[in-house]
Design a protein around this ligand. Structure first.
Ligand SMILES: Cc1cc2nc3c(=O)[nH]c(=O)nc-3n(C[C@H](O)[C@H](O)[C@H](O)COP(=O)(O)OP(=O)(O)OC[C@H]3O[C@@H](n4cnc5c(N)ncnc54)[C@H](O)[C@@H]3O)c2cc1C
Ligand code: FES
Length: 327
């Protein structure tokens, strides 16, 4: 057991308990999002002991040196004095809501204009923060532009604190804080004749759109296959836009997949990952991008590897949601 000092609190962290869970157990107000080491919302700094190496996975070397760590994956090995990372380090700019419109019954498209210049790679994600301080990660769906506009596709989850607020309360003209862009799921302009296989479920299309537009703008010459899946047709969006892109670029191929209803013309029926891996049977030499439902992403990662893709060529963003009754 370790004793954690956090502001004026002293909390005992049990073996096998994360530092974040120990603080939440004591009803201490701390920020968190995915609880899986992805979103970096729970970033903290140790004032004394170096944090366990596992708790620093995914941080920059400079952050590691300064004893920053992620509380949600930190199982302390000794007593620690910790504090939340400086908020201003995470949220680098404010942004004004320019546009908000439905993409389908469950998904809204949000366009934000950042007040400061923001540099990102298409496919990365940022954290957005509500006025009450709750933040969640969302993938950027567009490519960098002079106006510093970021586009997001946000799916409303029943009872979802951020997504319902974004759908029902957030208004055009309001301002929200935006974190620095994160993640390594983006296009790299090398081996441009390599095949690219992109598989997304639901709003997993958002990062893939940015990646595809970037690859096409950088004249990627290899085949680019996008497969977008949902349970039914209503869960898909941007179908016409994708078809138009496929008409414009002969090396871009688009397949819309539905798993739960009889297919209509132009749709394929079945799980998107199974359809994709049947279509491209040998993935040796291919680059694979997987975004959306965590189970689909994790299963497909293994399947793509078994079909010949190198682990170094598989990029993914599982859209982890907070799996806890305490939010
Ligand atoms: C790297 C990354 C990128 C992401 N990008 C996007 C993105 O581009 N677009 C996007 O929409 N989301 C994205 N997400 C997910 C997003 O961060 C939020 O987790 C999501 O919007 C839910 O937040 P919330 O506050 O609305 O829900 P919360 O208040 O956190 O509630 C989530 C709760 O909903 C429940 N739940 C989970 N799945 C379902 C389901 N299918 N149906 C009903 N209930 C469910 C869970 O039990 C969970 O407790 C991303 C996540 C990560 C980690
Ligand atoms: S990284 Fe800890 S809550 Fe997301």
């Amino acid at each position: 057991m370790s004793e954690i000092t956090f502001k004026s609190h002293k909390v005992t962290c049990h073996p096998d308990e994360t530092l974040l869970d120990a603080l939440l157990r004591e009803k201490i107000d701390v920020q968190f999002g995915c609880k899986a080491g992805s979103c970096h919302t729970c970033l903290m700094k140790s004032a004394d002991q170096p944090p366990p190496a596992k708790a620093q996975e995914g941080l920059k070397p400079t952050q590691k040196q300064q004893k920053y760590f992620l509380a949600c994956i930190c199982k302390p090995e000794q007593d620690m004095t910790v504090s939340p990372a400086n908020d201003s380090e995470q949220f680098i700019t404010k942004a004004t809501v320019l546009e908000k419109q439905p993409l389908n019954d469950d998904v809204i498209q949000l366009k934000l204009k950042c007040h400061d210049s923001i540099s990102f790679k298409p496919g990365q994600f940022v954290n957005l923060k509500k006025p009450d301080g709750l933040s969640r990660s969302y993938s950027v769906a567009n490519t960098p532009n002079e106006d510093n506009i970021l586009e997001f596709h946000i799916r409303s989850l029943p009872g979802g604190q951020f997504s319902q607020w974004a759908k029902n309360e957030l208004e055009v003209g309001e301002q929200i804080p935006v974190s620095e862009p994160k993640g390594d799921c983006f296009y790299i302009p090398e081996r441009q004749n390599q095949g690219l296989l992109l598989i997304g479920t639901g709003t997993g299309l958002a990062p893939l759109l940015g990646i595809i537009k970037d690859a096409l703008a950088q004249q990627h010459s290899g085949p680019i296959h996008l497969l977008h899946g949902s349970r039914n047709k209503k869960g898909l969006y941007h179908i016409d836009e994708m078809k138009t892109l496929a008409e414009q670029y002969p090396n871009f191929h688009y397949t819309a997949c539905v798993s739960g209803e009889m297919p209509e013309k132009d749709f394929e029926q079945g799980r998107v990952n199974e359809i994709a891996l049947n279509k491209i049977n040998d993935l040796k030499g291919w680059r694979v991008y997987l975004c959306g439902h965590p189970e689909m992403v994790n299963d497909t990662k293994k399947q793509a590897f078994l079909k010949g893709a190198s682990m170094q060529d598989i990029f993914s963003d599982p859209f982890l949601v907070t799996q806890n009754e305490e939010k």
